[in-house]
Design a protein. Sequence first.
Length: 76
Amino acid sequence: MPIAVDIDVMLAKRKMSVGELAERVGITPANLAVLKNGRAKAVRFSTLAALCEVLECQPGDLLRWEKDRAADPTMP
């Protein structure tokens, strides 16, 4: 998937556990894991806003676009 999720990076910077983040955001640890591991098909803006508020970051700190390597045979 061309959208990469960097929640782990922000968790490490904030020295916060997945469980603590899930509790403070108001989502289940299982749903946070789906998002964190890049398996989510969508994310609500309200969830993204809550993640940004708790982690004190911008949406771009959590999500980034990567060129799809499978679609581009010239990429290593």
